[in-house]
Design a protein around this ligand. Structure first.
Ligand SMILES: Nc1ncnc2c1ncn2[C@@H]1O[C@H](COP(=O)(O)OP(=O)(O)OP(=O)(O)O)[C@@H](O)[C@H]1O
Ligand SMILES: [Mg+2]
Length: 409
């Protein structure tokens, strides 16, 4: 940034502050972070305000210059500053900063280092703190970890010293709202065409499903695509740690957890929200990501007449899902027998995503469909109903017949 631009931005910042609309001040959104769920309307409003403020500075002449400066000012004041152009690049899903000269992006074919310099460790730390503030969070010595959502929907995770050494570690995940319907996922080679009717039937017939996979394999994206298939007369309550799910569905109630303040008060846990969701007359209860003791509440909900629920779960293979569920439920004081009984009667199907090797160009794809069952001897089991290696035809597994018998129309 040149010193002229920096001076201009200071003027714009003052002008916005005087108008009571300082960056981070926007409180119009329903999730408490000033966002409307899509980010697009916010961006338009922000651009209009910035253009007014830039015009009022009397230092911008010409509509092209105004457009460019508005974009630069948005990136600097509301967006991800020097990282914004990477986030806006088509195909980029993740931007990761490990240090001032250590920036990586994922353009769909794995991580690549990019030649971006962010200054020194203090600049990276300042950028992380500013992004956290833009997402309604805070990041400092007393609270060195933040998980938030930026005004344009980008998910932010950042840590600063003493948790990390080099200023800050920033992880940004681009949200592409309603970018992928099931048909698009089929067109992108994420879901094999022959499984599209199966997924539609599973949602329509209210199968309770877990979407599993490793980190960044597209679990949240597939979950949103499945939610878009939920009949429009159903009420969907989505419980999440930070809001990511923006399904193309007219009746979604988003509930987001809240961290406690520095005194440790005011926190709202995912388990509290799942319990709250039960009293909101939900037709479907959705848990964005199951990663702790809230698994107990979810299993309870699925066993008390709330079928058709959906959740995602981190797991590297369908075979390890029973152990993952047991480990999470143990955090809530449930023993193996109880988990097996509740999961087997409450959960129906597992959809497992993978990210392919070189042969499928690191593409994300639905690799396995599993059926959940309880075995008297071994406890909870996920039987493989079908598998796909990302190209060609999927292969039926041992439980294919059972899947068809139970779920085909
Ligand atoms: N099928 C796909 N094709 C191309 N890009 C995709 C696909 N699915 C997801 N993405 C992109 O990949 C990124 C990761 O997707 P998503 O957030 O759904 O993954 P996730 O498994 O839920 O990640 P996490 O483990 O962090 O929760 C997002 O930017 C998303 O837009
Ligand atoms: Mg996710």
């Amino acid at each position: 940034m040149t010193s002229t631009t920096a001076g201009l931005l200071d003027g714009v910042r003052d002008r916005l502050a005087r108008a009571g609309r300082e960056p981070g001040d926007d409180s119009a959104g329903h999730d408490g972070t000033g966002h409307d769920g899509t980010g697009h309307d916010d961006a338009r409003r922000v651009d209009a305000r910035l253009a007014d403020a830039l015009r009022a500075s009397g230092r911008v002449i010409g509509s092209t210059a105004l457009r460019e400066l508005t974009r630069a000012a948005r990136a600097e004041l509301y967006g991800a500053g020097p990282l914004q152009h990477l986030l806006e690049e088509t195909g980029v899903t993740d931007v990761l900063v490990n240090g001032p000269d250590d920036v990586w992006v994922d353009r769909g074919s794995g991580l690549e280092r990019v030649p971006v310099s962010l200054g020194g460790p203090d600049d990276v730390r300042a950028l992380a703190a500013r992004l956290a503030a833009a997402g309604g969070g805070r990041l400092d010595d007393a609270s060195p970890v933040v998980d938030a959502r930026l005004p344009d929907g980008t998910r932010l995770h950042a840590v600063v010293a003493p948790v990390c050494a080099a200023g800050a570690v920033i992880s940004l995940r681009v949200l592409r709202p309603s970018g992928f319907g099931l048909a698009e996922l089929v067109a992108h080679g994420t879901v094999p065409p022959t499984w599209e009717p199966l997924l539609r039937v599973l949602v329509a017939r209210r199968a309770s499903m877990l979407v599993s996979g490793g980190t960044g394999t597209g679990k949240t994206t597939l979950l949103a695509a499945l939610l878009a298939l939920v009949p429009h007369d159903e009420r969907v309550v989505c419980v999440e740690e930070a809001r990511e799910l923006v399904p193309d569905h007219p009746h979604v109630v988003p509930l987001t957890a809240r961290r406690p303040n520095v005194e440790g008060a005011g926190g709202v846990e995912l388990a509290d929200l799942v319990r709250a969701a039960l009293r909101m007359r939900p037709d479907r209860i959705v848990l964005g990501e199951c990663r702790g003791a809230e698994v107990r509440e979810v299993l309870m909900a699925l066993n008390t007449g709330h079928e058709g629920g959906l959740a995602t779960l981190h797991a590297n293979d369908v075979g390890v899902i029973p152990a993952r569920l047991e480990a999470l439920a143990a955090l809530a004081g449930m023993d193996r027998v109880a988990v097996a009984a509740q999961a087997a009667s409450g959960l129906d199907v597992v959809l497992h995503l993978r990210r392919g090797g070189v042969e499928v160009a690191r593409r994300r794809f639905l690799a396995q469909v599993g059926l959940v069952r309880r075995d008297d001897r071994t406890g909870l089991v996920v039987d493989l109903a079908a598998s796909w290696d990302g190209s060609g035809d999927p292969r039926p597994g041992p439980a294919w017949g059972e899947l068809v018998r139970r779920w085909s129309a």
